[in-house]
Write a protein that binds this ligand. Structure first.
Ligand SMILES: Cc1cc2nc3c(=O)[nH]c(=O)nc-3n(C[C@H](O)[C@H](O)[C@H](O)COP(=O)(O)O)c2cc1C
Length: 378
């Protein structure tokens, strides 16, 4: 029997669990159509907003590469290097809502069986800004969006009431989510920033607001490296740079750590994993931690802009994985989803050598000697 790659996530049926994330690969209808032709199960559009967008006068994204057998890292393009990360300071889509709406409808008409998630963003500092979320939500779902992803995570926003500044404020997260849920007829996903101390708090705030799923991670705040010869930042405009976002292989373990915190805290909720995925083994980490879908950006950008080889390898990887594990009775992703979630435990629960005991700093717990007595015995 052929392996079944399909999944149902927030009530939507995906042909496979692999999506392009909100980023340059999904910045136009032509890209999205090509992505569906290449086999992606779904896409999240580049974030759409209502305010005018003007990007910096220079490259918006660059790629940091490592030289093997050395510590050398640089954005300079050179042969024989390995990808370390992407770095970007690109804003949301510079195309207005009116440009997007007929295109969303055309994409959905051409690919009724593929899942079209529309990423939206507005401010949160006034009732007018909150109504902008509702305008974006109603118009995009009317045009054919299967789900809405709320961008609460763009890392390079000066406005205090937008992007990752919303994602750092539990109250605002709940309010924005609730406002969108009031008008949404389709599932609402919240994309959170990894740049907070306890992402479980932001996930809780999203669910309190009515979120159907959490998406994580957006890029991690970072700045470009300084070239030691020129003393210039590797990305700069007239010598100046600004905080941007790191994506790609470098963020995979960090993004997984954020995801693990949330899937452990809310094992029955829906999560879409993103950050550092380039091949099936990476995606498998997210699935084993409990994610029902995953999303890709950097690896797709570097593969013909929409990742035809990446999606083929991801689907082949899942197919082969299911076939290899058929004897365990695994037929679909659901059969192994979350299987390693409970293997992440408190540090003190990790086994110590037989002769030593460790109580995680809780030495005064009932039945144990006080810390100073233990010291004396050593
Ligand atoms: C150039 C660029 C532009 C991006 N634009 C958006 C965006 O508009 N909205 C959004 O939610 N995330 C945006 N992202 C973040 C990605 O969707 C993704 O969360 C992040 O890059 C981590 O995934 P990766 O490691 O596969 O790149 C952007 C990323 C890059 C590199």
């Amino acid at each position: 029997m052929a392996a079944d790659l399909s999944v149902t996530f927030t009530g939507l049926r995906f042909e496979n669990p692999f999506l392009l994330s909100s980023a340059p690969p999904t910045e136009s209808d032509s890209n999205i159509m090509r992505a569906f032709d290449a086999g992606w199960g779904g896409v999240v559009t580049k974030t759409i907003g209502l305010h005018p967008v003007t990007n910096v006068a220079g490259p918006k994204t660059k790629f940091l590469r490592a030289t093997p057998d050395s510590y050398h890292l640089s954005m300079e393009k050179r042969p024989g290097t390995a990808l370390h990360s992407s770095w970007n300071w690109e804003l949301i889509s510079d195309k207005p809502l009116d440009w997007w709406l007929p295109r969303l409808a055309r994409i959905k008409q051409a690919h009724p069986d593929r899942i079209l998630v529309v990423s939206i963003m507005a401010g949160s500092g006034s009732d007018k800004e909150l109504r902008n979320w509702q305008t974006l939500a109603t118009q995009c779902q009317q045009a054919g969006a299967d789900a809405l992803e709320l961008n609460l995570s763009c890392p390079h926003m000066d406005r205090k009431d937008m992007g990752s500044n919303i994602g750092r404020d539990e109250g605002l997260i709940s309010i924005v989510t609730e406002v969108v849920k009031q008008v949404a007829r389709v599932p609402v996903w919240c994309k959170l920033t990894p740049s907070t101390t306890d992402i479980v708090a932001e996930a809780r705030a999203s669910f309190l607001g009515g979120a159907d799923a959490i998406v994580s991670s957006n890029t991690f705040p970072s700045i470009p490296l300084i070239n030691p010869d020129t003393l210039e930042f590797e990305v700069n405009v007239d010598g100046y740079t600004s905080s941007g976002g790191l994506g790609g292989p470098a963020i995979l373990p960090q993004s997984l750590a954020k995801m693990a915190q949330m899937t452990n805290a809310f094992p029955d909720r829906a999560f879409s994993g993103v950050g550092g995925i380039g091949e099936f083994a990476h995606a498998l980490n997210y699935f084993l931690l409990g994610c029902g879908t995953v999303q890709v950006c950097t690896a797709a950008m570097l593969d013909h802009a929409i990742g035809p080889n990446v999606i083929t390898a991801l689907k082949d990887g899942l197919r082969q994985f299911l076939e290899r594990n058929a004897d365990k009775g695994w037929r679909t992703l659901e059969d192994f989803r979350g299987l390693r979630r409970d293997r992440i435990v408190a540090h003190s629960q990790i086994k110590r050598p037989e002769t030593k005991e460790y109580h995680g700093g809780h030495e005064t717990a009932e039945g144990y000697a006080a810390a100073e007595d233990v010291e004396k015995q050593l």
